[in-house]
Design a protein around this ligand. Sequence first.
Ligand code: NDP
Length: 244
Amino acid sequence: MSAAGRKTILVTGASSGIGEATARRLAQAGHRVFLGARRTERLAALAAELREGGADVAHRALDVTDLASVQEFASAALERFGGIDVLVNNAGVMPLSPVADLRIDEWNQMIDVNLRGVLHGIAAVLPTMRRQGSGHVVNVSSVAGHRVDPTAAVYSATKFAVRAISEGLRQETTDIRVTVVSPGFTHSELTYRGGNHEARQAARSAAEHLAIPASAIAEAIAFAVDQPSTVDVNELVVRPTAQT
Ligand code: NDP
């Protein structure tokens, strides 16, 4: 890759699943990658592995629900690499349950991570991108950001919101590219935590039968990132062929 094509890319939720695969894909393509998540031992292992392959990678603890943490993450990347070209707002949680279960703590967790976390990421990088006169925000939504299914009302609400925010940001900024990537069932750890037992089991068994590898989503993100600066890929929906 030419020096001009190399970008500094921040990836939230890089400790597993789609974020990890995306970090791997982008680092292997020659980009500088800054990894964030709460499980720092995983980030350290991934960064070490990628550095062994010759990549320029660093990591930092990140909790996207905490604005100060996200701002420190962006500042550290700026200090380390001297600019911020791309933010991949990927961190997310999906504790599924029927609305009538009133699992209010989990509703708030989804709002805090999936929605506030995305806004915190935008807030943390936008001043730098505006100063640079260029930048790219890639927000990970979901097929659930296009349709609502039982047990996924609140999750879907956060993912619809991610698409709304992305479209608004895109319209308001002519110097910053905005991309939404909406995955369908993808192998990851998303169904490992939270939600009610039946909903979690149903999501897991659907994922087991249908899911595509996280690298397929990483490929879509890399496609958007590697377009010329005048080309903004607005949305990519990537799902298993057999998913309805
Ligand atoms: P994983 O559970 O494997 O990854 C989620 C990532 O988010 C982890 O790295 C986790 O890291 C991070 N994360 C969670 N909470 C926080 C937090 N408060 N601060 C920082 N990082 C956090 O699932 P996926 O890879 O599947 O999820 C990635 C994105 O893809 C999510 O936005 C999800 O909604 C979306 N998606 C996934 C689909 C799928 O089928 N897998 C389908 C559609 C969309 P840590 O716990 O270390 O902080």
